[in-house]
Design a protein. Sequence first.
Length: 199
Amino acid sequence: MQKEEFYQLLESRKSIRKFKADEVPREVIERILAAGMQAPSGKNRQNWRFFVVTGEKRREYLKYSQKSWLGIKDILAQRLKPSLYQFTERFFFTLGDAPVIIFAYSHNDSEERYHTSIGSVYMAVENMNLACVVEGLGCCTMGAPLEIKEDVDKFLGVDQLSEYKKGELELLCALVLGYPDHTPPKAPRQLEGRVTWLK
């Protein structure tokens, strides 16, 4: 990859919230997961844990997505224009018809600091976002499942795992992905006050 292609890839990534009905082949999903697991991690623990939801299980999750909307709708009502608010509400009720949901968890333990552990997972998630662009897919990373974290844990059966019972497994976000069915503008990058140089 040339330098220009790399920066173009970064700039072309944007959140997609409307998807075609086409299924994503399993091998494509596996490549995206593999890309995530190429990320660096604290003490090389590779502490990410991913749960992939498709098909009927994905349809079952819609009622949870709708519940998570209740926790953020008032904040978004203050931040978004009415038309964008309505679009976002519809997205939560349908997940934009995305055929795939990937839930990202961090396996935290005493061998590594908490923020390093969760940071490692978010680096993997960004790799997956970029892999989606390369694969011709759209992707949206969502923090909303954290509004109903315990519900999601039970829905996925994570609450039955030994790591979870020891308090070591934590939901961080979800990614919805599929083939994009719209081309929204990318939000402008806010650069002012974001960087401080010291000499």
